[in-house]
Write a protein that binds this ligand. Structure first.
Ligand code: PLP
Length: 413
């Protein structure tokens, strides 16, 4: 791409998996909204940690245990800087974004919500930000309210004031994993606080793709997951203001999260360890720290700029080639969305489509993308979803177009 702020051919070389051949051709990976690939620096950080410094954290009095603790807490400091947190104590390591959102619903929600209290969600949420609230509905009798979406995939804010009136929680994705829509985080946080509710941001698709400043958002909690931002699986993040984290009881309990235990009871550790029961994901944190370093070196402004222009190219080239046969859901304007392209193509079933794509080495996800309520609103059972990241270029989009043409030809017979 001329004027691309990222040198994608150099970036591709940093990702060993992209050198693989599949079905006799090159691997075209277009499923990063699902999970991202990992650069060599992340793989090396994991290997180096296990080869040189593997020990449990916060308990050892010997050299490698100190190294492990420093690497683990150093990763927390990197994540804290990357998202603009006021203090690393506000960064809690969890298993993934799902566990982070469960922590909010179950630890904060169970002590702060009563029967009849309202929690406001949007119609485009991932199941991770729906099911924990459904459970509180069943357990406590809370009410769920839904901010609708417009036909072009934006939130319909016409009734926002009425929907948040008297609510205790407003919880929403910063970027949709299906439509790519960027949500108006500031506006939603402001509306939540004006109504006396807390604001919870599911930042799983935002943090990997758009520079994120949790303090500027002014929200109470934000959740995201390492494996979508070039880091390992097995670790996620719950950020919360120290005020709200201090006021939230522990979620999981056991070792590490205590200051003292007697036969009569226990006292909890300080932030953030109060929420990190048991041996934490140490190597995974080190890998996440390396992923944050990699993205910081690229620069998140450049990452976003690359994605906007590649998304514009994809929308333009696919739509001009396939016309009305191709329906791409979500905002038409690249600046209003991330590089997530959910589509239906003629009357082809998304699973049939992605099976043909696979024969061409093109990895695209088909299904409901863990957003069944949104699928119902869109009036589809499933979509195919191609999603872009720093290692994708126009040639990858062209490979998708060729695979689509091949699928159309194959099923025409
Ligand atoms: C918007 C959103 N929220 C939450 C999640 C859950 O992430 P994880 O499975 O890592 O917990 C995802 C992953 O697909 C997502 O896209």
């Amino acid at each position: 791409m001329s004027g691309d702020p990222l040198d994608v051919s150099a970036i591709k070389k940093d990702f060993p998996i992209l050198e693989r051949e599949v079905h006799g051709g090159r691997l075209v990976y277009l499923d990063s909204a699902n999970t991202s690939q990992k650069p060599r620096s992340v793989l090396d950080a994991l290997e180096r940690y296990y080869e040189r410094s593997n020990a449990n954290v916060h308990r050892g009095t010997y050299l490698i245990a100190e190294e492990a603790t420093n690497a683990f807490e150093g990763a927390r400091a990197k994540v804290s800087r990357f998202i603009g947190a006021a203090d690393p104590r506000e960064v809690v390591f969890t298993k993934n974004a799902t566990e982070a959102l469960n922590l909010v619903a179950k630890a904060w929600g169970r002590v702060n919500l009563r029967a009849g209290d309202a929690v406001v969600l949007t119609e485009l949420e991932h199941h991770a930000n729906i099911v924990p609230w459904h459970q509180l509905h069943d357990e406590l009798g809370i009410e769920l309210r839904w901010i609708p979406i417009t036909p072009d995939g934006h939130l319909d804010l016409t009734d926002l004031d009425r929907l948040v009136d008297g609510a205790k929680v407003v919880s929403f994705a910063a970027m949709s994993n299906v439509l790519g829509t960027l949500l108006p985080v500031d506006r939603l946080v402001e509306a939540a606080h004006a109504a006396g509710a807390i604001a919870v941001v599911d930042a799983s698709q935002h943090v990997p793709h758009v520079a994120t400043d949790v303090q500027a958002w002014g929200a109470d909690f934000a959740a995201f997951t390492s494996h979508k931002l070039l880091g390992p699986t097995g670790i996620g993040v719950l950020w919360g203001t120290s005020e709200i984290l201090d006021a939230t009881p522990p979620f999981l309990t056991g070792g590490e999260m205590i200051l003292n235990v007697t036969k009569e009871g226990f006292t909890v550790n300080e932030l953030p360890w109060k929420f990190e029961a048991g041996t934490p994901p140490i190597a995974e944190a080190v890998g996440l720290g390396a992923a944050v370093d990699y993205l910081s070196a690229l620069g998140m402004e450049a990452v976003r700029e690359h994605e906007v222009s590649l998304t514009a190219y994809a929308l333009r080239s696919l739509q001009s080639r396939f016309g009305d046969d191709l329906v791409i859901h979500g905002p038409a304007e690249p600046a209003e969305r991330g590089g997530v392209l959910s589509f239906t193509f003629g009357d082809l079933h998304p699973h049939d489509l992605t099976q043909v794509f696979d024969e061409h080495g093109v990895c695209v996800r088909a299904g409901h993308h863990c957003a069944k309520p949104l699928m119902r609103v869109l009036g589809v059972a499933a979509t195919a979803r191609a999603s872009l990241y720093v290692y994708n270029d126009e040639a990858d989009v062209d490979a998708l177009a060729e695979a689509m043409a091949a699928a159309a030809a194959f099923f025409a017979h």
